[in-house]
Write a protein that binds this ligand. Structure first.
Ligand code: ADP
Ligand code: ADP
Length: 208
């Protein structure tokens, strides 16, 4: 399949968890703006320091910063046949900018109600060595790596509510925007990780 895919959904929907499966099925590299921003924060770049203020507050990082990051990433050789965008675009302006620089062939929307989101986010744990995503109840890490797991600074109950508000105000309208362009495919994400993976696989195989 040529062209790019977008993984869409609220914070904690399971985008990062399902991204690896789509990478395996399509060979497209995952481009996660959240991961790119966290790498910039860790490296203490000027952009990372600016972005951190927004991330810690649960607000979206300004469009100009995000669009610059994506433009640069898409110039790399592995992006030439399309990528899997994860957590991008998050505003109509980002989607309009993307339209000018990439050919999006499908937007896979993982739908999860707000009532399930807080528990998913507060229980999320990350493996800094492999990037693995775990959950204290829903996807426990193997005991031998538990001691090295970290919790993202923005994965607390207060920030989650701000992130959900930003999602509903600024990001959710994109579903209709992509729907009008006949690109939106929705998946019910309010099931187990394995059940959601099966639905994702069916959708991705159907795109071929
Ligand atoms: P989530 O697990 O909530 O989907 P991400 O890792 O995608 O989180 O994003 C973490 C934070 O990084 C967001 O709350 C936001 O501050 C910032 N961010 C990531 N992607 C974008 C984007 N496309 N536009 C604006 N801000 C972004
Ligand atoms: P996103 O990238 O959309 O923010 P993640 O993939 O990081 O979401 O998942 C958020 C948290 O929820 C993680 O702790 C993950 O292990 C867990 N999770 C992901 N999918 C499911 C699911 N279908 N059921 C229960 N928990 C899930």
């Amino acid at each position: 399949m040529s062209g790019s895919l977008v993984l869409f959904g609220p914070p904690g929907a399971g985008k990062g968890t399902q991204a690896g499966l789509i990478v395996d099925l399509t060979g497209k590299p995952q481009v996660s703006t959240g991961d790119m921003l966290r790498a910039a924060v860790k490296a203490s770049t000027a952009m990372g320091m600016e972005a951190k203020e927004y991330m810690d507050a649960g607000l979206l990082v300004p469009d100009s910063v995000i669009i610059g990051l994506i433009e640069e990433r898409l110039t790399e050789a592995d992006a030439s046949a399309g990528v899997l965008f994860d957590g991008f675009p998050r505003t109509i302006r980002q989607a309009e900018s993307l339209e000018a620089i990439a050919n999006v062939v499908a937007v896979i929307s993982i739908e999860v109600p707000d009532s399930a989101i807080v528990e998913r986010i507060v229980g999320r744990r990350m493996d800094p060595e492999t990037g693995g995503i775990y959950h204290v109840n829903f996807n426990p890490a193997p005991p031998e790596i538990v001691s090295r797991l970290i919790q993202r600074p923005d994965d607390n109950e207060e920030t989650v509510l701000a992130r959900l508000a930003a999602y509903h105000q600024q990001t959710a309208p994109l579903a209709a925007w992509y729907g009008e362009r006949d690109l939106l495919v929705s998946i019910d994400g309010d099931h187990s990780i394995d059940e959601v993976a099966a639905a994702v696989e069916t959708v991705v195989r159907g795109l071929a």
